[in-house]
Design a protein around this ligand. Structure first.
Ligand code: ZN
Length: 493
């Protein structure tokens, strides 16, 4: 019997995988399960639930099945080199038809589950991606939503919401559901997007749940069918578990196998093998260097071991600022005097996504985990240092209405390059990533209406800059030694 708090309806949840399908085992040995292991785990649980109530076991109530479903709740790409979904308010621009089904009835052996999918009111999605996001407030007032709630037959409601577990929009959806069907019907929100583990009982029969990120967590929730809700206080019928994506936790502690290998299914093993072969084929496992220490993405820029400090103080000066002469865009545009101007960059805190560990030699995929977007670096023009400093301050005050609250220790934009404080009129070449270029350009035009602000692509891309730095400055050669666990660690550089 698996060690989980089962209920009438049970759901295994992955969210915000961001392509971490191969797991983390190389740099973070505790998170050693890959997606194949999660598939094995799921298949074992499904077998258990399918068989439950079927046989003559006296411990199990007769004719009472357990239904189990699997949910992957969005943000599948952008995280590792493996990067290469449908929801209710997510539309294709041309046809105005929903990208996914607006709702779906999932049929279990013992229940019907009415399922909706919602995205947060995204204000910063790519404007020409051909996708229109409808406001959640409008969607829940539409006829199809009300009809689904009132006319369909079901035993509980599942809302897949790619937003924080207590996002105000969760309450908008919950209120819309309750105003149409009243109390009593169990409602569970499976949320995501803000990348942490969390759970909250919003009402007696409403729970909201978020299961981590980057495949560090296999989430589990269980809840009752409506007919099992007999009293006012039914919160005890809602339960959950956060399982570390660790083979021992999944197979031994939870499923009860004496050895993890015994829990691996044929499909699970095949999927693990396929993921590994694909990473090999894409060159993601190529060893490219050895980090002298670990660098953390949540550390403030000036803190010891800050990934941002490393980028500002070493990576950009050594790789990007040094190689200006090769940039054709500037050679064409700049006058001779401007050729010699110093350089500065405004880097958004959305640029990097992960820590850089030194628990093993660095492979290409470790760098892609840090810098998954491979943004193009663009040249914006030349500006006096006082304008650049002011633009940086303005950018850091500006709110674009998005709900991302992570990395509170970092400013929205980090200034790279040392501005000359003695002369506010010294000019600099200014750069940023193409992703924020239009936003930065607007601010510059406002602050310095007389300057020429033109976005020009350079030949540099963010992931390549990191790769070049590691390959050139963090060579493993003789300065690496084994730390006794079979890993190589760089002693000095
Ligand atoms: Zn995400």
């Amino acid at each position: 019997m698996p060690n989980l708090p089962f209920g009438d309806i049970n759901i295994v949840v992955l969210t915000d995988l961001h392509s971490w399908l191969g797991g983390h085992s190389r740099q973070e040995p505790h998170y050693d399960a890959d997606l194949g292991d999660v598939l094995s785990f799921w298949e074992n649980l499904k077998d258990h639930c399918d068989a439950y109530g079927d046989d003559d076991d006296d411990d199990e109530p007769q004719n009472q099945h357990r239904d189990i479903f699997f949910v992957n709740n969005g943000d599948f790409i952008h995280g590792t080199g493996l990067s290469q979904m449908g929801m209710g308010n997510d539309y294709d621009d041309g046809s105005q038809r929903p990208l996914g089904n607006r709702y779906k009835i999932l049929h279990g052996k013992n229940c019907k589950l009415l399922t909706f999918g919602f995205l947060y009111n995204m204000k910063d999605y790519a404007p020409n991606s051909g996708i229109v996001i409808e406001d959640v407030e409008k969607v829940v007032a539409q006829e199809w939503f009300v009809n689904a709630l009132v006319e369909e037959h079901y035993d509980a409601i599942l809302v897949l919401a790619h937003m924080d577990l207590v996002d105000p929009l969760v309450h908008v959806i919950k209120s819309a559901i309750r105003s149409n069907i009243g109390q009593g019907m169990p409602v569970v929100f499976i949320t995501g997007h803000t990348h942490y583990r969390g759970v909250k009982q919003l009402e007696d029969t409403t729970m909201t749940f978020e299961a981590g990120r980057y495949m560090d967590t296999v989430g589990f929730v269980s809840f009752p069918k409506k007919e099992s809700v007999r009293s006012e206080n039914s919160t005890s019928l809602f339960s959950h578990a956060f399982l570390d994506a660790n083979k021992q936790v999944l197979f031994q502690d939870t499923l009860g196998f004496s050895r993890s290998e015994d829990g691996e299914t044929k499909n699970g093993k095949e999927l693990s093998k396929f993921i590994d072969q694909t990473r090999e084929k894409l060159g993601l496992k190529k060893e490219i260097g050895c980090a002298p220490q670990s660098y953390f993405f949540e550390r403030p820029v000036d803190a010891e071991g800050s990934l941002w400090g490393l980028y500002r103080d070493e990576v950009i000066p050594k790789i990007f600022f040094k190689s200006r002469q090769t940039m054709e865009a500037i050679e064409e545009e700049a006058t001779n005097e401007e050729d010699d101007l110093p350089m500065a960059m405004l880097l958004s805190k959305d640029a990097w996504r992960y820590d850089l560990f030194n628990n093993a030699t660095l492979i290409a995929d470790d760098i892609i985990a840090v810098a998954p977007f491979n943004d193009t670096v663009v040249h914006l023009g030349t500006f006096p240092s006082k304008v650049i400093a002011k633009a940086n301050r303005t950018l850091n005050q500006y709110s674009n209405g998005d709900d991302l609250t992570w990395l509170p220790t970092l400013p929205k934009f980090i200034l790279i390059g040392s501005l000359d404080e003695s002369d506010a009129n010294t000019k600099y070449h200014l750069y940023c990533h193409d992703f924020e270029a239009i936003h930065v350009q607007k601010i510059l035009r406002r602050l310095a209406p007389k300057e020429h602000v033109v976005i020009k692509k350079t030949e540099f891309r963010s992931t390549m800059i990191w790769m070049a730095f590691v390959e050139e400055y963090w060579k493993c050669d003789g300065s690496c030694e084994s730390d006794g666990r079979g890993y190589k660690r760089s002693k000095h550089f």
